[in-house]
Design a protein. Structure first.
Length: 524
């Protein structure tokens, strides 16, 4: 009995400590090799990745260490590193998982990124692996193979037709008027505006993309909503980077990874039920929503004995990306719009005047696709784009470098995860007048919307190159119609006048502390 106790409480723990020590030494040796490989680049190196450092007491950590995984790619972090190193490119190397990032932030590198294509800048293995492990199928966002991606992309692009965008505008008006405004009117003060906007965009994409009412504004107290599960997915996906084996990534059901798996299951269950119901339906109406068009195309290909362009798993995977990514970026931009408008009341008044003018011209109190197409919403579009410029909710784009890339005599090594960032370029005084000021009129000339810089790689909020965001027009139409209607109905004021937003990056940007806004009904 004594031998068993000694084994359990002495030898096994000592063996575990020895194995862990060997692993850490091996990881540290690999980390030092990475540091040597990238020593010619400015930037940040730290052995402890933020995903681990966050659990240690502050006094144990060296000064300047990044100890919050949600702050790695925030605008503040990127701008700080660029300023400290006086360089428009830099490295970030984390040990243990041994991740090596090279970040570039200038139009010249954006052009390089866009024009050299997938043979040099290949979609990251992490995103491809995660899609296949979580959904058992790839999607238009993650697929690294160009020919496979092109099939997905061409199918998705067909779905963002003018008829679909008209549907987006109509659905946005319906959700704002019937669901969002009554919810706001029930409590005008101290509203969590990011939650409100997430519910709005989740319901819009549910109806416009899937023909399905998610009823986010009518959830019961304590009910876990898809909007909340979307937040969890965006927050915890990156944790899979530091888990070394597929077995652990697939079977770890506790902590952040457990929450991630539950969020994915919640979404895929809903999506699978919608797809199954639609495929069984005998409805012959020519619906314009995205899922209808995808299912129709798949049926046509099956009828031609080609097996369909998308497998069941790929259809679910693509639907998930459209649902989560499609709602998250727009909702964050709308939320940040209320923040910047609250901080700049003279700009908010200009917005009120602009939407009031549209109502006077059209004789209707809603804003539709014809208002977008005709340019009547150009000032609203200027506000929306100025928000995207000052607070870009997406960091940029990541790719795996398949070969060495030379830029101005400096080599970015093969094997790095290369990130093209837009953060510094969007507030660089070289390209923008008063770059830190909120000035929507920079996007207006002779009463019409324009992009003020002729260089196409300066203002790139939806990405660059062939993989530019497929849903950019969906997002813009939805955002403009929603912002116009809300600005017609309310004025916005920060609940705490001293609130200054700080950010975290959860795939997309979000406020670190809750952003509360008061909605003040306008006297029209």
């Amino acid at each position: 009995m004594e031998d068993i106790l000694v084994t359990c409480f002495v030898y096994i723990p000592l063996g575990c400590i020895l194995l862990l020590s060997i692993l850490l030494v091996e990881r540290y040796v690999q980390y030092k090799k990475l540091c040597k490989k990238y020593e010619h680049l400015p930037g940040v190196t730290q052995f402890l990745p933020p995903h681990i450092a966050q659990f240690l007491p502050k006094w144990m950590l060296p000064d300047g260490i990044i100890d919050n995984p949600f702050e790695i790619f925030t605008p503040d972090t990127i701008l700080r590193i660029i300023k400290e190193n006086n360089s428009d490119y830099f490295k970030i190397i984390f040990g243990i998982a041994n991740l090596s990032f090279v970040i570039g932030d200038c139009p010249e590198l954006a052009k390089e990124f866009a024009t050299k294509g997938a043979k040099v800048f290949r979609k990251t293995e992490f995103m491809d692996r995660s899609s296949k492990e979580l959904f058992f199928g790839t999607n238009v966002f993650a697929e690294p193979d160009h020919h496979t991606w092109l099939k997905h992309r061409q199918l998705i692009d067909q779905s963002f037709s003018p008829s679909n965008l008209k549907l987006v505008a109509d659905v946005t008006n319906e959700v704002v008027e019937k669901d969002m405004i009554p919810a706001i009117n029930s409590q005008l003060e101290r509203r969590d505006v990011m939650v409100d906007m997430a519910r709005l965009t989740m319901d819009v994409i549910g109806k416009a993309a899937f023909g399905y009412s998610l009823n986010s504004f009518h959830s019961k107290p304590g009910e876990v909503t898809l909007e909340q599960q979307g937040n969890i997915f965006m927050s915890y996906l990156d944790y899979l980077r530091v888990i070394p084996t597929k077995f652990l990534r697939s079977n770890l059901k506790i902590g952040a990874v457990g929450k991630l798996h539950f969020a994915v299951k919640s979404f895929t269950d809903v999506i699978s039920k919608i797809i199954e119901k639609r495929e069984r339906s005998d409805d012959k109406d020519e619906a314009a929503d995205i899922l209808s068009l995808l299912l129709k195309e798949r049926k046509n290909n099956r009828d031609q004995s080609s097996g369909g362009i998308l497998t069941d798993e790929e259809l679910v995977s693509n639907s998930f990306v459209l649902l989560v990514a499609g709602h998250d970026t727009t909702s964050r931009t709308l939320g940040y719009a209320t923040y910047l408008l609250s901080k700049n009341p003279h700009i908010q008044q200009e917005l009120h005047d602009a939407v009031d003018k549209v109502v006077k011209e059209t004789g209707k109190d809603t804003f539709d696709f014809s208002d977008y197409e005709s340019g009547r919403l150009d000032y609203v579009k200027a506000v929306f784009n100025e928000v995207l410029r000052l607070i870009p909710v997406a960091f940029g784009s990541f790719r795996d470098l398949t070969k060495n890339v030379e830029y101005n005599g400096t080599v970015f090594p093969k094997g790095a995860i290369f990130g093209i960032s837009f953060v510094h370029t969007l507030v660089n005084e070289k390209y923008w007048d008063e770059p830190l000021s909120f000035k929507p009129m920079r996007f207006i000339k002779d009463g019409k919307f324009i992009v003020p810089n002729s260089n196409p790689f300066v203002f790139t909020p939806f990405g660059v190159g062939g993989r530019i965001c497929a849903g950019r027009y969906f997002s813009t139409v939805e955002g403009l119609c929603a912002l116009a209607k809300l600005a017609r109905t309310y004025s916005f004021k920060l609940s705490d006048p001293n609130y200054v937003v700080q950010h975290e990056m959860h795939i997309t940007l979000k406020p670190k502390e809750t952003l509360y806004v008061d909605f003040i009904p306008r006297q029209l």
